[in-house]
Design a protein around this ligand. Structure first.
Ligand SMILES: Nc1ncnc2c1ncn2[C@@H]1O[C@H](COP(=O)(O)OP(=O)(O)O)[C@@H](O)[C@H]1O
Ligand SMILES: [Mg+2]
Length: 364
């Protein structure tokens, strides 16, 4: 996956910003608040179909303007593509002149992986961050997965609404079984997708972490199921999740939420057998997040045959020289967009194309 052309119009502070990137390392530098992350964000929109900073479309449109446009030319599987994203109150994707029926239909067309200081939240924050990480990673290589997620969240919302009505005495507990059967059925599919992904992912992530820590430390991943189902197949998993839902009904009615299912699962990260979230140092947590992002990129390559575009937003100054060196060596010959404030803080950049940004404009 290589970007060959980029243009943004009225996307946040990017009034009319365009460039032709190098197929290797591209460095975008400038002071704070000039538009570096805005460029990264606008590129990533073609991967995630919405922003990693906001779900509100109007925040992405330059203030005082009605719509924003981003154009991305990229080569995928040797084929040149022209994509265009229009944002007003909604998002609209065009690929080679043909409009996608919905933004989600663009998933899987353009792959990129972003690593930024907020990537640390995968390690430090609540389980929802790790679920979000794995859900996006799987959706990128298996677009059908996102349809299961959407369906699951709708059923879950219906079940939670029913819990409320039961607690108010409007409905009875036996009404739950319709939703529970559906929740268990789709929940089992989602769990199996995640377990399959983690089978391979955990091997790669351990290898990369070992390299970053020069063989001194070990990172292990473990999927923790809220339903505690250790099933061999989809049928058994469906049964187990259904039973777990049934066991928790009175608890759920009291708390007005569904306490078991993939929406409550977690991925436990362990550095040298200790929980990374609780015990790892800041540096170790950064290495965990970095290993996970690089493994995500690796698995995209394995599944699609193409390495994703790598977006490194403001991370170099947070990495020590050894990790900076590892990262740039590891990403050699990939297309990378790296942002930083002070280019002199990034050591050993080697061959790269540089762009200076000021007030949303690129300056030669
Ligand atoms: N909708 C918007 N309209 C105009 N400017 C915006 C909008 N959203 C953000 N900005 C501006 O974008 C700038 C932040 O850009 P950003 O890419 O995050 O900076 P950095 O270069 O530090 O990464 C700020 O100056 C902010 O005011
Ligand atoms: Mg920034």
């Amino acid at each position: 996956m290589v970007i060959t052309g980029y243009k943004a119009k009225d996307f946040r502070n990017l009034q009319e910003t365009q460039f032709v990137p190098d197929s290797g390392l591209n460095v975008i530098f400038g002071e704070n608040g000039q538009g570096k992350t805005n460029i990264i964000e606008s590129i990533w929109m073609f991967t995630g179909c919405h922003s990693f900073r906001t779900h509100k479309c109007n925040e992405l449109v330059a203030s005082g303007k009605k719509k924003a446009k981003v154009y991305l030319d990229f080569i995928a599987s040797g084929v040149e593509n022209e994509a265009c994203l229009t944002i007003d109150s909604k998002r609209e994707f065009l690929l080679n002149g043909i409009e996608k029926e919905s933004p989600r239909r663009f998933l899987g067309e353009f792959q990129s992986v972003v690593f930024s200081p907020s990537s640390l939240s995968i390690v430090q924050d609540a389980p929802s961050e790790r679920r979000k990480f794995i859900d996006i990673a799987i959706s990128m290589i298996k677009p059908a997965y996102s349809a299961h997620l959407l369906k699951y969240s709708k059923i879950l919302a219906n079940r939670n609404a029913l819990l409320k009505q039961i607690s108010q005495g409007i409905m009875t507990e036996d009404m739950l079984s319709v939703w529970d059967e559906e929740l268990a059925r789709i929940g089992a599919k989602i769990t199996l997708y995640r377990l399959n992904y983690l089978d391979r992912f955990s091997v790669i992530v351990s290898e990369i972490y070992k390299e970053i820590s020069a063989g001194k430390e070990q990172l292990k991943l473990e999927y923790v199921q809220s339903s505690k189902s250790f099933a061999a197949d989809e049928y058994e998993m469906t049964e187990n999740i259904y039973m777990a839902l049934q066991r928790n009904i009175s608890n759920d009615v009291r708390r007005l939420l569904t306490s078991v299912g993939p929406h409550k699962d977690d991925i436990m990260l362990k550095v040298n057998d200790l929980s990374a979230r609780q015990y790892a140092s800041q540096g170790q947590q950064r290495s965990c997040a970095l290993s996970m992002k690089l493994s995500e990129a690796y698995l995209i390559k394995e599944a699609t045959g193409e390495y994703p575009v790598i977006l490194l937003d403001d991370v170099m100054s947070e990495l020590d020289e050894t990790r900076q060196h590892f990262l740039l060596e590891y990403l050699k010959s990939r297309q990378v967009f790296l942002t930083c404030c002070d280019i002199s803080h990034v050591t050993r950049l080697g061959n790269c194309k540089t762009f200076r940004i000021e007030n949303g404009k690129l300056i030669d």
